[in-house]
Write a protein that binds this ligand. Sequence first.
Ligand code: AMP
Ligand code: MG
Length: 303
Amino acid sequence: MKTRIAPLSEIPAAAELLKQGEPVVFPTETVYGLGAPVFDEEAIGKIFAIKRRPPDNPLIAHVGAFEDALTLSCSPPPTFWKLAHHFWPGPLAFVLRKNARVPPAVSAGHPTIAIRMPSHPAALELIRAVGQPLAAPSANLSGRPSPTRALDAWEDLQGRVALILDGGECRIGIESTVLSLTGSEPLLLRPGSISKEEIEEALQCKVSLPLPDSPVHSPGMKYRHYAPKAEVRLVLCRDELKGPFILSPDPRPGERLLSEKTLYAELREADRMGAAIVEIDCSPSLLANAALMNRLSKAAQIG
Ligand code: AMP
Ligand code: MG
């Protein structure tokens, strides 16, 4: 299959491909997504094949309007509406009980479904043009760092998808926060740029974290995500950094900036340069960033 990178003026063409059941890569504010209409079971199957994604790793449904949640979940709880109106459109996905219309493959056989409304205007326009939510995991091959630029998606998926919509660099750069609302209290399944504290502030109640020895609540979290080919080393003492490939939140000359926005592009750059080792300067500010530390410990295979 020939893969075309297209400007955002081709959103109508991308919507047509999607309506015909052909997955398309599109930009969101977090990372690039590989989308398919959520109720099209065959197209959903193609997402798993294209990405080589394990079938037990569920997808997030991206909606274009608040009410779309009602096409996916029977009776979202009041906390859902409260938090959605506070944080949507934006990088927060909610896990709710799913209805029978959602194909089981979308949620990897679970009785729940993850839902979010992205804030990227192109993503919203595309979803609304298709006329139903788009199930969309990150547009990378499973296990590779998520793509934050059209060329990153091309690097992984060329020859495997028909169209990549180019919306430039993603504003946020790491995947959404995932919050489960299926239990007695909200449970943070995946940290992201919307923090646990911000959610607690909006809700005026505590959000819990999964217990370390509890069964995996968020199925995708068990995989070695976010990893480059290079070995990633977390270095606690700045004096022990050796180089040459160093990522730091506060880079010195010769080092590279580490931020939510730059992490994945830099991991891909390390692979392009053939770096054997990527060293991470674990400064106190970085250690306090739950979302970045979650991705880094996975990349370093210690999480
Ligand atoms: P991504 O690969 O960034 O699209 O994110 C998908 C991730 O969201 C999965 O790997 C899970 O960790 C989480 N997720 C999606 N659906 C569910 C669900 N039904 N229950 C729990 N976690 C989910
Ligand atoms: Mg992913």
